[in-house]
Write a protein that binds this ligand. Structure first.
Ligand code: SF4
Length: 354
């Protein structure tokens, strides 16, 4: 007899309006100089996600910080001696940094910077889902709250999700996956694992349109199509490379194609241009048949980060991430499993086979 808890319905998430910080050169330089002084005084390092503004990415690199994906941001912060971590990104990234660095002060430019995947998966509903399926191992994507990570058996990033699911499948486990239905569906297709999927989605990636992408590819026959697996199946089916943000940047750097059509947040173009100057980058279309996009290849929550807000936080305090210790410690265990798996797989201690 199957459990009474139904597979979740698709949650409706309201996006905030897109408000991007616009600065002239003089204000930009004044703000950056002030931030650098304050960072020194407060022994702080800045870690920024690929989807944040070019100003924040440049500032992170100019001050010895890093620009990366969410897990590498947390890892970098852990290895860096600074007592304060400034996380420019969205809230679950600040939480992940705090989970791995409980002794450090973790602050963010705007604590209201959320993520549609995180919002779509409240901890109490996820707990009920897990409780209804005690025979399944729960695997959650990094884009979740600390409380959801604490309830999960495993946390995965997009770069390692398929390997971990394949490993668990080969061990004979049935799985429960949250929150991104597209990434879960993609992983299920390539691993053949038995997975029950939560129905969340990313507002940016869900908006990419397959028919318009086919047309654009026809117009640019030398272009390679790069797709993040949070995108719909029909878009993934058109990809030359499917991968995490870091893997897509690496593809631009290493593939011989002169042009790339990129289906992920366009904030990543700043790093791609730096990694492969001279290559042409085109946004995958978000308009076309059935278009519903209001964010148009850029995350409205990522756009909440900016230099003005960062100055205000450093001058006035606040916007610090706090996590109850019992939740933090359990979330750490689920993340640690992924880190241990990655290390073991890299060392050749785990063989996944075909
Ligand atoms: S781009 Fe999508 S997955 Fe990333 S933070 Fe924004 S809503 Fe979340």
């Amino acid at each position: 007899m199957s459990p009474a808890f139904p597979v979740p319905v698709r949650p409706v998430i309201q996006q905030p309006p897109m408000v991007e910080e616009v600065l002239d050169d003089a204000e930009r330089e004044t703000l950056k100089a002030r931030i650098k002084t304050l960072m020194k005084q407060q022994d702080a390092v800045l870690v920024a996600h690929y989807y944040t503004s070019a100003d924040l990415q440049d500032l992170a690199e100019e001050t010895g910080g890093c620009v990366s994906d969410s897990l590498e941001m947390a890892r970098f912060g852990h290895a860096h001696p600074a007592k304060t971590l400034i996380v420019a990104g969205v809230k679950f990234m600040g939480e992940t940094a705090k989970i791995l660095n409980p002794e450090k002060r973790v602050i963010m430019p705007d604590l209201g910077a959320e993520c549609s995947l995180d919002l779509a998966c409240p901890a109490d509903e996820f707990t009920a889902f897990c409780d209804a399926h005690p025979d399944r191992v729960s695997v959650v994507y990094a884009n979740t709250s600390a409380a959801v990570k604490a309830r999960a058996d495993w946390v995965v990033t997009s770069g390692i999700a398929a390997k971990i699911v394949k490993y668990l499948h080969q061990q004979g486990h049935k799985l429960l996956w949250a929150p991104d239905r597209h990434l879960g569906d993609y992983v299920q297709r390539i691993t053949g694992a038995d997975m029950l999927l939560w129905q969340g989605s990313c507002v940016v990636h869900e908006a990419f349109k397959a028919e318009a992408l086919k047309k654009l590819r026809t117009e640019h026959p030398d272009a390679a199509v790069l797709v993040h697996p949070e995108s719909p199946e029909a878009v993934i089916a058109l990809a030359d490379v499917v991968g995490s943000t870091t893997q897509l940047i690496e593809a631009v750097r290493t593939l011989p194609n002169p042009e790339f059509i990129v289906a992920t947040d366009n904030g990543i173009f700043h790093k791609m241009h730096a990694a492969a100057p001279g290559k042409i980058l085109l946004e995958a279309p978000t308009a076309g048949e059935g278009a519903t996009c209001t964010s148009c290849a850029h995350c409205p929550w990522m756009a909440m980060n900016g230099l003005r807000k960062l100055v205000a936080v450093l001058e006035n305090g606040g916007n610090e991430i706090h996590i109850e210790e019992s939740i933090r410690a359990r979330a750490r265990l689920s993340i640690q499993k992924m880190l241990d798996f990655a290390a073991a797989e890299k060392a050749g201690h785990i063989q996944l086979g075909d």
